[in-house]
Design a protein around this ligand. Sequence first.
Ligand code: GLU
Length: 381
Amino acid sequence: MKPDLHQFRRVVLKVGSALLVDRARGRLNHAWLAALAEDIADLHAGGADVLVVSSGAIAMGRTVLGLPSGSLKLEDSQAAAAVGQIALARTWSEVLAHHGITAGQLLVTLSDTEQRRRYLNARATTLKLLEMRAVPVVNENDTVATSEIRYGDNDRLAARVATMIGADLLVLFSDVDGLYTAPPASDPAAEHLPVVERITPAIEAMAGGPASELSRGGMRTKVEAGKIATAGGTHMIIADGRTKNPLKRIAEGGRCTWFLTPSNPATARKTWIAGALEPKGTLYVDEGAAKALQGGASLLPVGVRRIEGAFARGDAVTIRDDQRILGRGLVAYDAHEAARIIGRPSREIEAILGYPGRSEMVHRDDLALTDRSTAPVSLSA
Ligand code: GLU
């Protein structure tokens, strides 16, 4: 299979510690990283949005601090992450700047992707960076994340970030060239799988092996990442990153495993909004707004006549007019703020609330409209 990587509009690349950091010297593999930056620049120049999830903070920091090899105590790995992250971010910024690309650092914890309010903030910032054509470089905020509140591996983190920003492709670079029917190191009969159409229990069972010393994720976390990604409408690739220009290698038909999604990010997100969340309130909109929504517009405060329910920013709400339910959406304001700005033009929001809020009550990306033919009023909203 020779995929055209330029068909993807938003791509997340996850780079593991074992690739970035030379194990023996505990230093960054500069030449390799510079070649990867060429690949990124190529994708970026083709118009795609690119985001990098980079491990390596702990691996780099532990050398600088002279920590022993083997597994580290939590406080030691947190200290190592604090030291290593500075160097890691600077390096990414330099290698991308070489191609005229601006990098932005995002350090996230589990709650940034799992709590809806924080999720919306993390999402908005990341999308803004992409809109400005910057390349966000993401890692877990290891210095503050302790075991209960952390991902612990960047495979699943990368998958959550990819679905959060509606990426259509996630590439996990590691030191294996994909998924095998059994661990290839110990089983000579192990067969490489070029494509996984669906992650079944049988596929999960193939992903045995634990993590290596430098990177936490093994094949198991990669398949977990595949579940998250494909459920969110994102295709995923597991590829060997050890060669130079590893993205180019995939484009040239190099060996890897594709995990395909039957969906796409926009559809998956709408399905999630329409089905997975319990609405916490209702927005009653006027006729003009109802029409605008059907035409694909966002819901502005001026089009909302009244609200019901004690919803918070990021909650799902039902959107309706007097006749029928129009759909559901994630609301951008808490109920008490929404009550103050409904019926008013967006330019007045700052004067009313005392801070510059978002212009939309529900952004069109956060809307899932019900089919027009659906039932009228008697449904309880
Ligand atoms: N966040 C960790 C680091 O930067 C790496 C986690 C992983 O390897 O998956 O060192």
